[in-house]
Design a binder for this molecule. Structure first.
Ligand code: HEM
Length: 196
């Protein structure tokens, strides 16, 4: 065992680094060139805003607003960021709701996209879903291969998500198996492009 303090390594005296030197973008007109393996999901890259309706057998139905940003940095994966908030009857915000961060990864054969995708999606409520999916046209269907939860998270055991681009809008429907129920709808929404 070294008696060196791991928080005081000898290289700490090296010069400081410049800010992160690479670009990422949700706008295909700027930033790095989209990796060709992402071409199939090119219409998803952007910032989206819209409304959705949610529910579950155990809770009251609710309306929500949502923003989703799908971006890339030139490498063969997409970054997925979502924030949602609950809406009252006048579409005024009630409170923040689901947030999610994820990575969508095309499965490659050599350099070429196969149409199959992998996704890792994480929530601040302690749930991490690992999805396997397939693209058909601009439609993307994901189903969980595994769900990992922190000890205090709600019991989520499976998920299924369908994404599509319909007349320029992003639509999705999300089902989950949770708190003793099998796969049952939780969310569906329609978002329009507001950036990118
Ligand atoms: C647009 C994003 C989302 C919104 C607006 C949303 C909204 C809600 C609302 C309003 C509830 C009722 C409890 C509460 O008021 O907090 C709820 C419960 C729940 N949501 Fe979501 N949710 C979202 C995303 C997700 C995601 C991504 C997951 C999967 C990990 C998830 C899993 C659950 C679970 C397990 C419950 C608890 C059900 C129960 O205990 O009966 N939600 N959600």
């Amino acid at each position: 065992m070294s008696d060196e303090n791991p928080l005081q390594p000898p290289w700490l005296n090296a010069p400081p680094v410049d800010p992160y030197p690479y670009e990422e973008s949700h706008d295909l007109r700027t930033g790095p060139k989209l990796h060709p393996a992402l071409d199939g999901l090119l219409p998803y890259v952007g910032v989206w805003r819209g409304r959705g309706r949610g529910g579950y057998p155990t809770i009251e139905d609710f309306d929500y607003g949502q923003e989703i940003r799908i971006s890339h940095d030139g490498r063969p994966f997409l970054c997925y960021e979502s924030r949602a908030w609950l809406l009252d009857e006048q579409s005024r915000p009630i409170r923040p709701a689901g947030r999610e961060m994820g990575w969508w990864r095309p499965v490659l054969a050599g350099d070429r996209a196969t149409g199959e995708w992998e996704a890792l999606m994480t929530t601040p409520t302690g749930v991490m879903e690992l999805h396997l999916g397939k693209r058909t046209g601009t439609q993307l269907e994901f189903a969980t291969d595994a769900v990992v939860r922190t000890p205090t998270a709600k019991e989520v055991t499976a998920g299924h998500r369908l994404f599509g681009i319909v007349e320029g809008a992003l639509l999705y429907a999300q089902e989950m198996a949770a708190v003793g129920h099998g796969l049952t709808p939780h969310l569906s929404a329609r978002l329009i492009r507001v950036g990118g």
